[in-house]
Design a protein around this ligand. Structure first.
Ligand SMILES: [Ca+2]
Ligand SMILES: [Ca+2]
Length: 477
């Protein structure tokens, strides 16, 4: 029997030990950019769209010369689709998008009866019900949650730096930036989608000259975000390839981005958004990680100054559809060149047509980099994360201590790399800067690296959720 006094001493020591450990971990919280606790359940609420379908056709059924322009292919596929639907007395007002490069097919509104008839048509290879893809955390969607998770630890003033851009200060940027990853609130509140004013493009003001300006000799306020440093630092991009950003658009006149508007494409219908620019901020943030310009202000991206091309597949409320994403992939497959990179920081339920589109497009030598998703689940359950191919890279997310983010999806394959995705500073709306979290932010680091060339592993992540720690992506040379 131990004397009571001895036990008390032991308990006391134990407590002291625990407190010491707690103190250490608290301190680490201050020293490192670390993901906060889960703030919400990561339930995947797939949101399918009633009556809307994606039809993938057998490639052999369509007999036409490939290699025409995007417009030619589009108009040809529209004819093919209208003819096919007409056989079932389905009017062409039901036809939505058509695809003719990455996959053959179309999206269409169908009744139950029409759906059954289409299922029996031997020319039809796959039918999927269309699905919402969203950046809001509400639907816990793969990859898309860049701006939603995270906590006070990552908090950084989200006020845009005194931007060099001549933006009217009246247009108060963003203590209330809905995109601030840290606020944990859904982004909806800010965008009362109903009030149309958001739709007019506010980007018509004169461009900031600083992009092309002569060497600047004043003090530099440019920061190199930790994620950029972790993957090997930035390098001025000197090649001729471009980075397609399939997302909410890119702020066309952000002074820290080199946006290629000509090559850009608004996929979303006009009733969703009338501008190619980004009024949400997710796409602008992704673009900055890939290629923010090396100048004297703001941030700098992995492949600094590379042309970023908006392919707007999601609306200003951060919501899109799988059919729009496929249409965006189809567009990139048509206009992209080998060595170009397409970033897909989005996710949906497993969908073979979506996978096929990405696989086929990537086989043209265009890199497709996709987020693993933020469901804290096996990435094999989500598209396009689960797609595999020699030019497809699926990316999980880690913090600055190389620890896998709580919310990151896992699984090798399909995951090829881990990259920084917690407390990532990049470009946002109104010429501003803010932090975001998620595999949405991890993927563009790898997209930037692919523009620069080869990638090597620089260690492996800690706390991976499967038995294979993901290699950490790093510039190879
Ligand atoms: Ca910069
Ligand atoms: Ca793994």
């Amino acid at each position: 029997m131990k004397p009571l006094g001895m036990m008390k001493v032991k308990v006391g020591r134990l407590l002291a030990g625990i407190l010491a450990i707690l103190a250490i971990s608290c301190q680490q919280d201050l020293d490192f950019v670390q993901e906060s606790e889960f703030e919400n359940e990561s339930v995947y609420n797939a949101e399918f769209i009633p009556g809307e379908y994606i039809i993938e056709l057998q490639p052999t059924t369509i007999n036409f010369r490939r290699g025409g322009s995007y417009e030619e292919t589009q108009s040809f596929m529209r004819e093919v689709s209208i003819d096919l639907l007409a056989e079932y007395r389905i009017g062409d007002e039901n036809l939505r998008h058509v695809f003719g490069t990455a996959v053959d097919g179309f999206s269409v509104k169908l009744s139950e009866r029409e759906l059954e008839m289409m299922r029996r048509d031997p020319r039809v290879k796959n039918i999927h019900q269309d699905e919402v893809i969203a950046h809001n955390r509400g639907n816990g969607n793969g990859g898309g949650n860049g701006g939603t998770r995270g906590g006070p630890k990552n908090q950084e003033p989200s006020e845009p730096e005194p931007a060099p851009a001549p933006e009217e200060p009246a247009d108060e940027p963003s203590p209330s930036d809905p995109e601030d990853p840290n606020n944990g609130t859904p982004e909806e509140p800010e965008s009362p989608g109903s009030d149309e004013p958001k739709n007019e493009d506010p980007k018509e003001e004169p461009k900031d000259e600083s992009k092309e300006e002569e060497p600047y000799s004043g003090p530099s306020t440019q920061e190199i975000p930790w994620g950029i440093q972790r993957v090997g630092g930035f390098k001025k991009y000197a090649g001729n390839n471009v980075a397609f950003v399939l997302d909410t658009g890119i702020e066309l006149d952000h002074p820290d981005l080199n946006v290629n508007v000509q090559l850009g494409r608004k996929i979303v219908p006009d009733d969703i958004s009338t501008t190619l620019s980004d009024l949400h901020s997710h796409g602008t943030h992704v673009a900055g990680i890939i290629g923010a310009i090396d100048n004297h202000f703001g941030v700098v991206g992995v492949a600094a100054g590379v042309a970023v091309v908006p392919v707007k597949i999601m609306g200003d409320d951060g919501r899109g559809r799988v059919s729009w994403a496929i249409a965006g992939v189809d567009y990139v497959a048509s206009v992209g060149k080998p060595g170009d990179v397409a970033n897909l920081s989005i996710g949906a339920s497993a969908n073979t047509t979506f996978d096929n589109a990405v696989i086929n497009a990537s086989n043209k030598g265009i890199w497709f980099v996709t987020s693993a998703g933020n469901n804290a689940a096996d990435a094999n359950n989500y598209s396009p994360a689960r797609a595999n191919g020699p030019f497809i890279q699926t990316v999980s997310s880690m913090d600055s201590r190389d620890v896998m983010a709580n919310s990151s999806n896992y699984g090798n394959p399909p995951i090829d790399w881990a990259a920084p995705g917690v407390g990532i500073r990049s470009t946002v709306l109104k010429g501003g800067y803010a932090n975001k979290n998620g595999t949405s932010m991890a993927a563009p680091h790898v997209a930037g690296l692919r523009l620069l060339g080869n990638i090597r592993a620089d260690g492996h992540i800690k706390n991976d959720k499967d038995n294979t720690p993901d290699p950490i992506a790093h510039r190879a040379d």
